[in-house]
Write a new protein. Structure first.
Length: 458
């Protein structure tokens, strides 16, 4: 439990403050400290302070309410001693800016940021969350089953995918920064917190001591090797942290742990991750363990290329475990498209598309003979078969219609394409009617119309 000095605001685990000798008090709703806000106070004439709900490394968190909308909000106030340090204020500002850019449901939303002159407080207003941090859940149950662990990390990947697409790398992903929210109808709805150490890899952002190459930032237990040696980092460090978190949830212990920070960092850089311990109650699928080893590769290039790719891999590995042996699923492969597509603010040279591998069989041949109609495929036995109605959707390489990068024929008011694409490359042709047959059919139709007119009116 956090303990704080009521005189100077020092925070630690010692019985007394090393600065003034005052006995440290456990942080409770009634505990006083410098910069403490009390129920009834108002920030910037907009937010009523209700109760103190928690404290952290950057500040205290209060429950508040907007005076006009009556919406409950969480208000994070920077510690008074940190508010006098320019680097800490920049970090607090960075967290607010990064979180305000992101809109994914699995990322905590920030509504407001500023300074209140009356209380001399630097604060951040965010959505009010009900639940517990993942680290608190681990204290109650150190070892999670594969289903719950995959469900949590898959949601973290969704949050990271949006952040990375907008040029933001979290750099401090750990259980303390993952919140399990209580949502009706869904257990463990994830909210990713604390973008205070986030790095903006695109855009005009000032470079300070938190983003300079050679400066190590993050939590040692979840730090990627390139992050540990102070090299320039990218989205791969967040995927490494996801691998550490997934390992810890399934195994119950960290893959790299030691008595000192230097020893932990050395293990991240030099040692291979250990094998995971088996649990008879919650057996770990071998495919899932391979994905974790993939995430913990020392070379960033050997890790999954994107957060979305990692999400697909862990879900696939877990789904293999859940399927009964009598109903095997078709393996999924990650196929790269060569087209360069701009995703958000970051251009990616490859975009991953997930498609099932097809069973080995002799592919249909190209159709170019007269008499073939659109949608028919001539197989090696010489027979024609009409393609199934769903074949086009199953084999089409284009994204689904709800994708932001999809341009549908419907939106352009174009008729649907007549060619049905099959798993193998198949070319189909439409039937060409002879001119004499078209003329004859037209004349026959006119004669029939004339005969009907005479029979009715003459």
């Amino acid at each position: 439990m956090w303990r704080i000095c009521s005189s100077c605001g020092y925070r630690g685990d010692e019985p007394a403050c090393p600065d003034d000798g005052v006995e440290l008090e456990p942080v409770r709703e009634s505990t006083g400290f410098p910069g403490r806000l009390w129920p009834g106070q108002v920030l910037r004439d907009q937010y009523d302070i209700s109760t103190l709900v928690g404290v952290g490394g950057m500040g205290a968190v209060y429950r508040g309410r907007h005076r006009i909308t009556r919406q409950d909000v969480g208000i994070k106030v920077l510690w008074r001693d940190l508010a006098s340090r320019a680097a800490e204020v920049r970090r607090f500002t960075r967290e607010a800016r990064a979180a305000s850019i992101l809109t994914h449901p699995n990322t905590v939303r920030v509504y407001d940021f500023g300074r209140d002159e009356q209380t001399d407080s630097i604060f951040m207003v965010m959505e009010y969350l009900v639940g517990q941090k993942l680290s608190d859940a681990q204290r109650t149950n150190p070892r999670f089953g594969p289903e719950r662990a995959v469900h949590i990390v898959a949601q973290v990947c969704k949050s990271l995918e949006e952040a990375h697409s907008k040029g933001i790398v979290h750099r401090d992903l750990k259980p303390d920064n993952i919140f399990l929210q209580e949502v009706p109808g869904e257990r463990d709805f994830v909210k990713v917190l604390d973008f205070g150490l986030a790095k903006f890899v695109s855009g005009d952002v000032e470079r300070d001591s938190l983003t300079r190459t050679g400066y190590v930032v993050g939590s040692p237990e979840y730090m990627a090797p390139e992050q540990a040696i102070g090299s320039d980092v990218g989205p791969a460090v967040d995927l490494y942290a996801c691998g550490i978190i997934l390992f810890e949830l399934l195994d119950g212990d960290l893959p790299f742990d030691a008595e000192t920070t230097a020893q932990v960092l050395r293990k991240h850089i030099m040692e291979k991750p250990p094998a995971m311990r088996s649990d008879p109650k919650h057996p770990i699928p071998a495919a899932l363990e391979r994905v974790i080893q993939h995430c913990l590769s020392k070379d960033p290039a050997d890790r999954p290329p994107t957060a979305e790719a990692l999400r697909v891999l862990i879900l696939q590995a877990h789904d293999r475990r859940r399927r009964p042996p009598s109903q095997p699923i078709e393996p999924l492969v990650l196929a790269a498209k060569p087209d360069k597509v701009a995703v958000g603010a970051m251009p990616f040279d490859t975009v991953l598309a997930v498609r099932p591998t097809l069973p080995e069989e002799e592919p249909p041949v190209r159709v170019s003979a007269p008499g073939a109609v659109a949608g028919e495929v001539r197989h090696p036995d010489g027979t024609f078969h009409r393609a199934a109605a769903g074949a086009q959707a199953a084999a089409d390489d284009t994204p689904p219609t709800d994708s932001p990068h999809h341009h549908t024929d419907r939106a352009l008011h174009k008729p649907p394409q007549a060619t049905i694409r099959t798993p193998a490359a198949v070319t189909t042709t439409t039937r060409e009617w002879p001119a004499w047959l078209l003329i004859a059919s037209g004349a026959l139709g006119a004669a029939c119309a004339m005969a009907a007119w005479r029979w009715l009116f003459v």
